[in-house]
Write a protein that binds this ligand. Sequence first.
Ligand SMILES: Cc1cc2nc3c(=O)[nH]c(=O)nc-3n(C[C@H](O)[C@H](O)[C@H](O)COP(=O)(O)OP(=O)(O)OC[C@H]3O[C@@H](n4cnc5c(N)ncnc54)[C@H](O)[C@@H]3O)c2cc1C
Length: 470
Amino acid sequence: MLDAVVVGAGPNGLTAAVELARRGFSVALFEARDTVGGGARTEELTLPGFRHDPCAAAHPLGINSPAFRALPLERYGLRWLQPELPMAHPFADGTAAVLSRSVAETAASFGPRDAGPYRRLVEPFLPRWDTLARDFMSLPLTALPRDPVTLARFGLAGLPPSTWLTRRFHDERAKTLFAGLVAHVMAPLSGLATGAIGLVFALAAHARGWPVAEGGSQSISDALAGYLKDLGGTIHTDYEVKRLDDLPPARAYVFDTSPTALARIAGFGRYYDNYRYGPGVFKIDYALDGPVPWTAPEARAAGTVQIGADSAEIGTALRAASREGRAPDRPFMITVQPGVVDPTRAPAGKHVFWAYGHVPAGWTGDLTDAMERQLERFAPGFRDRVLARATAGPPELAARNANYVGGDIASGAVSGLQTLLRPRLSLSPYRTPHPAVFICSSATPPGPGVHGMSGHNAAKAVWRKLRQTP
Ligand SMILES: Cc1cc2nc3c(=O)[nH]c(=O)nc-3n(C[C@H](O)[C@H](O)[C@H](O)COP(=O)(O)OP(=O)(O)OC[C@H]3O[C@@H](n4cnc5c(N)ncnc54)[C@H](O)[C@@H]3O)c2cc1C
């Protein structure tokens, strides 16, 4: 009898398995795909020698994760590489607002009227960032807040919609960059707690940057898997779990899956029927003949580049995908260019380039042309650099990873109460109707991203139970 079986080797499943194994529990992990990684993987999707991240590529949440920071992942080959600028947001006039490690540089890029309001927004939180990150990523109630006063202040600033928070800015530059930050989790800009989402990405940049992982995001997963094996855990790939009976006897089962899949596998009937999935994305991985020819010099130095002419255009694109059921004409795009700092991703002089835009759930069209028209606005001549492209819309994303239901890369809408309370309204969201079955995917708090904190929090619930029942 094993102590714990984990299903799904995404960052959360791997973290849950590691957390249990390092506390002396016997753990086996089962993964449907032939390699570990889930949303943190790297593959040669286009041409030989071009190493693409089909899913996550930029890691503000990974480098700031209290769970990852407590693990010896560097010893297992993980190396964070920091671009000169974490993020840039270019405008049609050839200039750009930036998210820099330095608050002063960031504030200056917003223009004189918004430099002060931006500093006043972020500076109170920065000295307490590590404690704050631990407190809000551990909620709800897996640990008591260490600094309740700062957490409450953060809640006051972040719980209202981001459109309230950005009222303090006078000009479009800061408003646009901030709207783009919120759009990283596909949340509507006017949604509950969307201010907090934007704030987290900004604070993360100032605290530790938005790095990429050397060699690709796979190295995060490989480091977790290597550590798990050294701790005595076993990993079984190519093993899709369809029923609980497919798994060996164990005292606890931890699912890094969607709530819907868990309900089907464990026979929970309609338990998660109220769980909602969000819009999908259309992803393109490019092999390029050289770097992206951005007009704005700042964009050439940034790891991540957001594309959206202004906050209204970003809001329109999000609404089209999430509420109006149509693909946006001018998609808001997040792009990552790992080659600015990691030469291992492509042959000498060449680059990989990563981009996605939002589309309705399950959308079957092709967004390539609309995305490339957007890119040409800010990087004229982009198309001439394209050697090859690999595209994936919602059906392909869902086929690659069952957690991305309808192409929703957040494994559940980040909107309304579900932003904070997922997968159900519960004080112990990692528990399920079965006392030995737990859920640890990004459908649980603190939500999407490669940070392993859902796995960490779920593991805590599991080891408490295992210690109570010898
Ligand atoms: C295109 C894209 C871009 C993204 N960009 C970023 C980014 O830049 N930065 C960032 O931090 N995050 C990003 N994300 C989000 C991030 O990848 C996810 O939030 C994160 O991977 C969630 O981790 P997880 O462990 O909960 O689930 P996943 O990583 O999805 O892993 C789940 C695993 O479970 C396996 N599985 C599912 N069902 C079964 C079953 N029945 N039996 C066995 N195995 C099963 C799957 O095969 C998968 O390996 C992106 C995601 C996508 C798709």
